[in-house]
Unconditional design. Sequence first.
Length: 359
Amino acid sequence: MKYALIGCGRIAVNHIKAAVNNRLELAAVCDIKPEAMESLLAKFNLESDTSIHRYTDYRELLRTEKPVLASIATESGIHAEIALACIDAGVNVIIEKPMAMSMADAEEIIRRSEEKGVKVSACHQNRFNIAVQETRRAMEEGRFGKLSHGSIHVRWNRDRNYYAQAPWRGTWAQDGGCLMNQCIHGIDLLRWMMGDEVEEVYGVTRQQFHDYLECEDIGMAVVKFKNGAVGTIEGTTNVYPKNLEETLYLFGETGTVKLGGTATNNIDVWDFVDESESDSKNKGLQEATSNVYGNGHTSLFADMIEAVQKGRKPYVDAVAGRNALEMILAIYQSAASGVPVKLPLGNVASTDFAGRFDV
């Protein structure tokens, strides 16, 4: 399957690795910085491969290469613009998180992809973690019983050196704060596991230690789900001196699960009333991962390839990307207004909150 990568920054390594692992035909890469393309390809010993075409304009890439599948790994603020161009060109697309920075753009991606018959996958790769998949299976089998509550804690570290690597980081137009960038995977998992349908969100955000950014470095929220369950969210980049954990708790009448590790890649607690011998494999399960991105990109790419080939929806579709974005924008809106926010959310965008933490 002919594949192209648009954007060759920090996360692009995972995209190329997933493409190589799935034996995609890497036809082209694109970045406004030629040196970024060469540096990325060199990591896979592909810098001398002349069959991989280089572009600095993604529109030219789409016109010339006509790939079957593209993935977008640029700064967040242009994800939607590029995704819509891919859709209009009939190119199936994997979009790095967040899928968009406004509800209007997210809804348009969904609408236009359905209209054009193009597959779109939001890159929430942690859904493919072994620990997450085992938990999801238990949830779908009803093993938790009635849900009481759940929580996600993303306790990471990002220092000035991280933000200095790219001027768009920590801006309302191109990135958002810790909730939108670092914590969106965990927020996606919480909403997905707790039944997806949200009634109300109440949030608080602050900028404690990163006064050189536009956005928040800590956010907390309480979520009321339509099924009666309650969720809590804690996301921050203020943990000293390094990443501590990404932990998901789920509490039901007949089951309790705690997923831990740096990226919800371990099972720390696995207790069910109906446990059998087969559950023993999950107690203490640990999936080794070299970084906080986990191993899920390869599985997400494999699923997307099969979705295109078989004409089915991707496992993590554009609606999933929209839902994660909606949660974060609802927290931002609630934090700015000081009152709970009802869902579904209207036409809210990250740029609506520009100036929130200006002194």
